[in-house]
Design a protein around this ligand. Sequence first.
Ligand code: TA6
Length: 303
Amino acid sequence: MNQTSDEITPFQITKDRNGIDQVLLRNPRGASVRVSLHGGQVLSWKTDRGEELLFTSSKAVFKPPHPVRGGIPICFPQFGQRESLEQHGFARNKIWAIDANPPPLHPNDSNGKPSIDLLLRPSEDDLKIWPHSYEFRLRVSLGADGNLTMIARIRNVNCKPFSFSIAFRTYFSISDISEVRVEGLETLDYLDNLLQKEHFTEQGDALTFESEIDRVYLNSRDVAIFDHEKKRTFVIRKEGLPDVVDAAVWNPWEKKSKAIADLGDEEYKQMICVDGAAIEKSITLKPGEEWTGRLELSAVPSS
Ligand code: TA6
């Protein structure tokens, strides 16, 4: 039964099968975003017609500290490997808290949209592993047009300077990887993770996929993912912040899909990761400094 817009509650808290809070945001047209306090991870982003826009593996493990394979895990304080830290950092494995009293953001970032503010701070044990006192505030908002906005604010809470990199690892749901092309990365330099991060330059036309890809494109701007079969285009905007300049692109293809326990053997066909990120040039915060990174995702009809 379709609820009328006045019956749609913009904000609901439920618990998952492990008793961990999830927040459901709904806009008046019925679009929705579901965020878990496990990892501060967006697990679902649906259109006003209830169509799921994010990929989640049929073999995903929904049990901390295991990150869920799909949605939008947050890679922090690093992307990839770093010293003794787990792959892609610890933020996606931790239980976040709801930030009941977030410091004000830029005025147009709230303007009445359904949103949730989450907060991650290090525990005493965490400080033994990564000895930096930080506050990571994440605002997830759902616009009237169904756009999903994520704003990360990372602050150095008066400890010695520290550096980090960050990626919003976004698993987009697609019809078939062979039907997809990505525009906005043409002519950019990139690091190829399949070739020991060797530098290359992308050619002059849209990116299509015939094999595993694992790259970090540098100094990218808006990126568009065209799904010909679904007649839908995802647009990734990183406006307003010069720092979220990289775009990590990943598809495991068949061999790696089979090797990843929480990914179906054929599921590489239904996903593409194109992540807003700040990877190549890590960000350094002095005591009291705060960094803000803003990402806006939209899904629009396209021919
Ligand atoms: O895209 C970088 C990468 O490290 C890939 O090599 C692949 O391992 C992917 O991320 C998934 O990492 P995860 O830790 O989420 O399984």
